[in-house]
Design a protein around this ligand. Structure first.
Ligand code: 5GP
Ligand code: ZN
Length: 111
């Protein structure tokens, strides 16, 4: 399958990896929307959130966000986690991923 996030997870394509577990990889977004903009990507391919029934994996993604928040020292200041789903949800890469955004005030800004 020609999927950029599968290639990144399999280290067949370059990315700046900031965190990795057995089930996920966290990388820097190539077009950051904030000083910290990471993507938490499952190693296994699911096109969208709707295609993933793996509760353990979904929990792993959220746990990775908590770990990153603590490791980066943004836990008390705050951060935002977003999963875009399908076209109107703003999804452009059809391999499930969660954005982790921090480093500027995000109050009320959804875009
Ligand atoms: P989506 O719009 O699907 O929720 O988010 C896709 C994200 O992936 C975008 O923020 C985009 O900048 C990022 N992205 C797309 N291609 C690449 C890539 O090749 N490398 C990295 N690191 N990020 C990418
Ligand atoms: Zn994929």
């Amino acid at each position: 399958m020609d999927c950029i996030f599968c290639k990144i997870a399999q280290k067949k394509m370059n990315a700046t990896v900031v965190h990795e577990t057995q089930s996920i990889i966290a990388i820097k977004d190539i077009h950051p929307q904030a000083p910290t903009h990471l993507l938490i990507i499952p190693k296994k391919h699911y096109s969208t959130l709707l295609d993933c029934a793996d509760r353990e994996l979904l929990a792993d993604m959220l746990e990775a966000a908590k770990t990153l928040a603590k490791d980066l020292g943004v836990d008390s200041k705050g951060f935002r986690t977003i999963i875009n789903t399908n076209e109107e949800g703003g999804q452009t890469v059809f391999h499930l991923h969660m954005h982790f955004i921090a480093g500027r005030p995000l109050m009320g800004k959804m875009g």
